[in-house]
Every structure is written in C-alpha cells, then in structure tokens.
Write a protein that binds this ligand. Structure first.
Ligand code: ADP
Ligand code: MG
Length: 327
C-alpha cells in the first residue's frame, strides 16, 4: 500500500508547497472560515494546518487516509460537475506515504477529538483520543524522509518557503471570506483577515499584490450568459518585467491555464511594451458542467467545453476595461 501511494504521491506531492495546497483545499472543502498554516524550515521539517471546518468523524479517519477514498464524489455523474476543490481522494494517502502524518479532528457533534496516524509498509492506521476544538489539524513531519531521491530535488529553505508563500497568496485571493495565518519558524509572516466588503477585498488584494497594484487597477465585473468575470486588471502603465502578478481563478480554483492567459495577454497586446507582462487578479465563474477540471492531477488546468466562447468573453471584457481608461 505504501508503494502504490508513493507512486501516486509523485503526481501531487512535489514539494512542501504542494502539500500545503492540498491541505488548505481540504480545509476549504470542509467549510473552514479560519485556517492557520504553520511551517518550520521551509515546510520540510514541519507543516501544520489547523482549520475550524466540519471535521472528520472518528470512524471515517482511517478511510480519509486511504487511497481513492473521497467523501466528495459519490458516483460518476458527480465527476461531470465538480464543485469541491478535491475529488481524487489521493492527497492524504499520498502525503502520508512520504512523510509522518498525523490527523486530529473533531466534528461538532462528537464529544471528543480523535487522532489518526498511518505507519509501516501496509500503512496500518492507529487511532487514539486527543484534545482538539471543532475542526481539523493535520501535521506533516519530515517530508520525503523515506524517499531520498525526492528529497534531493528540494531547494533551500528560503526557496521552499517562497513557494509556500505564493500558494497561500494565491488561495488568499480566491477566498476573501476566509482568514489565513502563515507562520514560519515561529514568526507570523502573513495574516489575512476575513473581508466582507469590496473595500476590504481590495485591501486584501493590496496586501497580496502590493498597494501599487491596486492603485493602478481597473475593477472588472461583467456577466454574460452563464459566465461572469470579475476582479482587477492593472493599467498598462503598471507593466511588469515578470509574470509574478498574474492570478486567475475558475470557479474559485486557482489556474495556470493557457487559454485564460492567452485571452488576457491578447487584450493587452498592443498596449504593453515588448517583453513585459500584465498584472491581474481575475475570477471567472462558469457553470461547473461547462468545465472539466479533471485534466491534471494538480488541477492547474481546465478544459472548457466551449473554449472559444470563454476565450472571447475574457478577451472582450478585459479589452473593454483597458480601453475605458487612457493609461
Ligand atoms: P479529496 O480531497 O480528493 O477527497 P483527500 O485525500 O485530500 O481527498 O482527503 C480525503 C478525505 O478526507 C476527504 O474527502 C475528506 O472527507 C477528508 N478530509 C481531509 N481533510 C479534511 C479537513 N481538513 N476537514 C474535513 N475533512 C477532511
Ligand atoms: Mg483533497
């Protein structure tokens, strides 16, 4: 069992940041509104995520750690219309096959918390009582301790932490309604409070992307048929020489999608100096039956059933916004 999980881990667990992405997505799927992320030594030594979500019942703890066990999809037709971030049931099993994972959880209706760990070749799950408020904590120690080849690909503590920071920033932009705290080596590095108004949303964007970005940003908000595009595009005068402020989301899922990036770049095309990049934070909402997220294990890419239509929608909304100002 451990070996099969380690092979699967190759697809989803690349580095500490990918572990953190999967764990935060689980917390969000569980309806958490407060998520604390604590890491030591760039996440290689320790990753700990605590949420106030729905928790996992005692008799489901073992299942949560086993492969292809997901509570989010009941049958194949659900796969056609995925509205949760997770659905493969692979993350926890994969992570616990390449690290020392402890899962502690208490659903509201349960009197006490229980803690689960899986160990050994057969990944036998051990369960014991624990103390924990409503919600879940997952602790991941010594990532890749048993897969030296994988460990060799890890970079410096600083680089690994930067990847983690980037993931937390990306997710913080997707969920204004959730608070996030990121602590590294005992120091609080990021603190994003819950934002309830558009002004507070903009403040969070400023915290993540910089005050300059928001000062140079044009707000976008447009609906057409079943599609909606909202967010901020920076004026061309804010051109960057890196693509470090390109944030796009489809139905709340962060993306690095060629089609979306292409549409946005095209909207800027004649407005940007050569070799520069636009800056944007954009949220696309489409009917979840119009989009297939089951394309890539890390779920960065999507396939739109009507891709040309989506592309042109994004292009025209951004283009119009950019033309509405004279730099
Ligand atoms: P997936 O997210 O694809 O379903 P995972 O391996 O990431 O698979 O998680 C397995 C299961 O464990 C989930 O389906 C969910 O039921 C449960 N789970 C994991 N993390 C949490 C959490 N933070 N809060 C509540 N349930 C969780
Ligand atoms: Mg998951």
């Amino acid at each position: 069992a451990r070996l099969a999980n380690q092979i699967a881990a190759g697809e989803v667990v690349e580095r500490p940041a990918s572990v953190i992405k999967e764990l935060i997505e689980n917390s969000l799927d569980a309806g958490a509104t407060a998520i604390q992320i604590t890491v030591d030594k760039g996440g290689v030594k320790k990753i700990k995520i605590t949420d106030n979500g729905s928790g996992i019942a005692k008799d489901e703890l073992a299942l949560a750690l086993s492969r292809h066990a997901t509570s989010k999809i009941k049958d194949l037709s659900d796969l056609e219309a995925i509205d949760s971030l997770g659905f493969r049931g692979e993350a926890l099993a994969s992570i616990s096959s390449v690290a020392r994972l402890t899962l502690t959880s208490k659903p509201q209706h349960q009197d006490t918390a229980w803690q689960a760990t899986a160990a050994g070749r057969d990944m036998a799950v051990n369960i014991q009582p624990a103390a924990h408020p409503d919600g879940t904590t997952i602790e991941v120690l010594d990532l890749f301790f048993n897969t030296p080849a994988r460990r060799k690909f890890l970079r410096t503590e600083k680089t690994e932490f930067n990847h983690i920071d980037e993931i937390v920033r990306r997710i913080a932009l997707a969920r204004f309604d959730v608070s996030f705290t990121l602590t590294h080596n005992g120091k609080v590095v990021r603190q994003y409070r819950i934002a309830n108004t558009q002004a507070q949303n903009a403040k969070r964007v400023a915290m993540v992307c910089g005050q300059k970005f928001i000062e140079h940003a044009i707000e976008v908000n447009c609906e057409h048929d079943n599609m909606k595009l909202s967010g901020w595009v920076a004026k061309p005068s804010f051109a960057r020489n890196q693509n470090d402020l390109c944030y796009s989301y489809v139905n709340g899922r962060m993306m690095r999608d060629k089609l979306i990036n292409h549409a946005i770049r095209q909207a800027y095309s004649t407005l940007l100096p050569a070799d520069t990049y636009p800056a944007f934070v954009l949220f696309l909402q489409v009917d979840c039956r119009e989009v297939d997220v089951n394309v890539h294990p890390a779920k960065h890419e999507v396939r739109f059933h009507q891709s040309r239509y989506v592309h042109d929608f994004i292009y025209s909304v951004c283009h119009k916004a950019l033309l509405s100002i004279n730099n």
